[in-house]
Structure formats: structure tokens, C-alpha cells
Design a protein. Sequence first.
Length: 497
Amino acid sequence: SLLAQNRVSIAKTGKDTISRQIYGHFAEHLGRCIYDGFYVGEGNKTIPNINGVRTDVVQALKKLKIPNLRWPGGCFADTYHWRDGVGPKKSRPSMLNIWWGNVREDNSFGTHEFLNMCELLGTEPYLSANVGSGTPQELADWIKYTTHPNGSSPMPELRQQNGRTEPWNVKYWGIGNEAWGCGGNMTADYYANLYRQFATFMSNGSKDYSLFRIASGASDGDYTWTETLMKNIPHSLLDAVALHHYSVIEWAKKGPSTTFDEETYMKTMKQALLMEELVTKHSAVMDKYDPKKKVALLVDEWGGWYDVEPGTNSAFLYQQNTLRDAMIAGTTLNTFNNHCDRVKMANLAQAINVLQAVILTEGNKMLLTPTYHVMEMYTVHHDATLLPVEVKSEDYKLGGDKLPAVSVSASKDRQNRVHVSLVNIDAKKANDVTVDLNGLPAGTITGRVLTSTKLQDHNTFAQPNKVAPTAFSGFKRDGDKLTVSLPPFSVVVLEVK
Ligand code: AHR
């Protein structure tokens, strides 16, 4: 037959919304993410900034329409005492950043700097609170300090003394991070009890929104962790459980970020595609206790994790970003879209200069990574209605290993435009995909593609635009059937209207 072996059928209608919060980011006090990445200091005369925040970064992130930003950790969050980071900078105490290189944290970037930056970016803050070495009182006070109206109690007065009268909007609150590990090495039972205690004293000061309380969730396939939280925490106190999954081959032998071979690539993609199984199985556990899907699953850390770039501090997790990362991003975001009935938020780790970053900086230079471009191409899915897809994919094979080559998701936006994002992870073979439009009106179809000559290609400060999206015309329409020719290792987004 003339039809390709890869088949996609797009439902004409859908009922679930792809929350734009799925396209969220993560900024930890780690390496050069905050200092040098987002923040270069108010007095900086060499790097253009707005109140110390890099102007180039603000512009780039606004283009991504980043919906939320998680801060201040990660592991760092369970060592962080927010009071150290408010008030006159000269009198802020320093601390030791024990998780990330034992560097001195001078607390010059604190609550005001972060929340004002979120307003500048037009993004919603997601504060990750200290459970491991903090107290319920400290969290209760942080909430009052940031969100309660002025004049209501001493905390908002302190905020005013420190220069901010109006509360900020802070809806998303994480109660600890990786409680099973760096957050306190707790058992799930013990953490569930602590969660209940901390959540009890979170008082909502806003009339406009309720606080969204997020439990520190499982690592990878730890379904018992999710089950324990779902069973032991009253759902009246719980809005979401989190999940962390990194595309790492082996913690002891992660391999370089750019000079990898195809076998290594296959192993990374196996880890990336595992997200589909993880989300499906954690959701199934949640369904048992919450069939109406009131509690959300939040993948608040995900991405590729490799060796640091040669010559950089091994605790700073600075790595390059290639087409392999674009494949991780494209397939993972398709998975999140397709599970948007349960996955309501996700946070790529991390925004700048750390792990699978969307932005890298060096002095006053900045570059956008292939992952940035995927995120930008996928902005069309933000808050659109998911159109469920059925996908039949050929295998991408290497040696004895195989993985489905093609990943797809589709949505319809408020203007009735349909967007289809297709990824071909095959490192060598182009893949033709026959898309059944099922009667979707298709007056015009346009497309964009992200690919390159080599899988290992990446952007450098010398060549910042080597990998960037281009217009795509590799499709043919025949009535209701659209045949799309996906180049090897490519991400394609089509607009059908
Ligand atoms: O993103 C880096 C680290 O990975 C985070 O601090 C921690 O939560 C996870 O283990």
C-alpha cells in the first residue's frame, strides 16, 4: 500500500485541557542556575539587567511563555531558611550549600528577588518549602509573609518593612523535596505524617485562589511511595503528589553530553520513554484512591542527566544539550500532553546552566539550547484541548534493542486550530507517518521542524544558531489522509486550520 507503516489517528474532539503548567521550569540554588544564570546582581554594569535579573534571559523565557518556576530547590530547599534571604542584603547571613559543592550561599537572591522576578517573567511561582530541616511554623510564616494582605498580622508587616506592600500571588507550595533521599531519608509512612502536620498550618490569605499543596513524591517506579501518600494523607489536605524521573543511563557512569555514540543514545531514550510507563502506572495507583482525579500528578523534576562539561565543577551539573535532548523533550512533553487528565504540571530540570537547560550563559553571552526550541514549538499546546491520538509506530532498532520510533500528541486551541507534534527518535532512518485527520477541517497546513545533520549537534557561544527550528513542508495531503515524512531525530509541529 502507499500508506506508511506508521499510522496516527486523531480524535475529532477531546474533553481534557493540556494545562500550560506542564511546560514549567525549575530553578535551584545549584551551580550557575541562579547566580550567573538568572541573577547577576543589581549593581552589575557589564551584563544588562532589570533589578539584577538578566534582560536577555527575561526576553527568552517570556517567548517560551513559561507558566511556572519552581524554587529554591531541589535538595537545596530542605536546607533553606527563607528568613535568611529577606531584609537588607548586607545583614543577610550566609550559609553553606551542602548539596552543591559546599559553596557559600550569600542569600543575596531571596524571596523578594525571586517573586519579583516571577512577576517580571509573567510566570507563577512554585515555592518548595523546607520540611527536612525546617518547621511547620517556618512554612506557615513564609505563606503569611508572601500571600497575606497587609495589616493582617506581623508577617505582612515585615514584608512591608522590607519594601513590598502588596502580597504576591503564590498558589503552588511544595511540602519538602525528595523526602526519601536528600529531603530527610524518610520512610513514606513517616513523611505522610509530617506532610499532614505541615499542611495543617498552611493558612490561605488570598480570596482569589486557594493554596495548591504538593507532596514530595516518588522516584521513578516507586509505586509504594505514591500509594502510601494517597492512602495516608486526607485528600482535603492534598492537591498533588510529585514524581521525579531523570533520563540517566547509570548514576555511576552517565557519559558525556555531546560525544556519545548511538548505543548510548538508545539507552538514554529508553530512560526517556520510560516516562510513559511511569506516568501510566503512578496514575493507576492514584485512580485506586482518587477515581475522580482530584489529586494531580506533578512531574516536578525531569530531563537528561550526563557528566558535567570537562573542566567545570562536578557539583554544578553544567552540561551541553544536543538533538538527543530535543528527542527527550519532544517525547516527554507528548507523554505529558497525552496524560493531561492526571498530569497537571511538570518542571524541566533545570532552566539555566544546570542539567537539561533551555538556556546557557557565559559572561554576557547567552544561547538557546535545542530543548528551548522544542519548548517554544510546543507552546501551541498550552491550555489547548487534548485530541487523543492512536499511534502505530515502527521500531527504532539497534543491535538487539528496540523502541517505538514515533511519538505524537495533538490538541485544538481556542481558535480551533489543531496542532500535532510528532517526534521521530530513529537515529538513522526517516519515518513516513500517515495521519488520519478524521474529518478535521484542514484548509491550510503549515509546519516547523527541529533537526540537524548530526545527533550530537548543539549550540555553542561561537555558533549559537546551529540548531534552530525551520519551516517544514515534508507532508502531502490526500483527502483525509496526511503523509508526513519525519527526518531522522526530528521534532515536527504541524498546524492544521
Ligand atoms: O535537579 C538536581 C537534583 O536532582 C535536585 O536537587 C534533586 O531534587 C534531584 O535529586
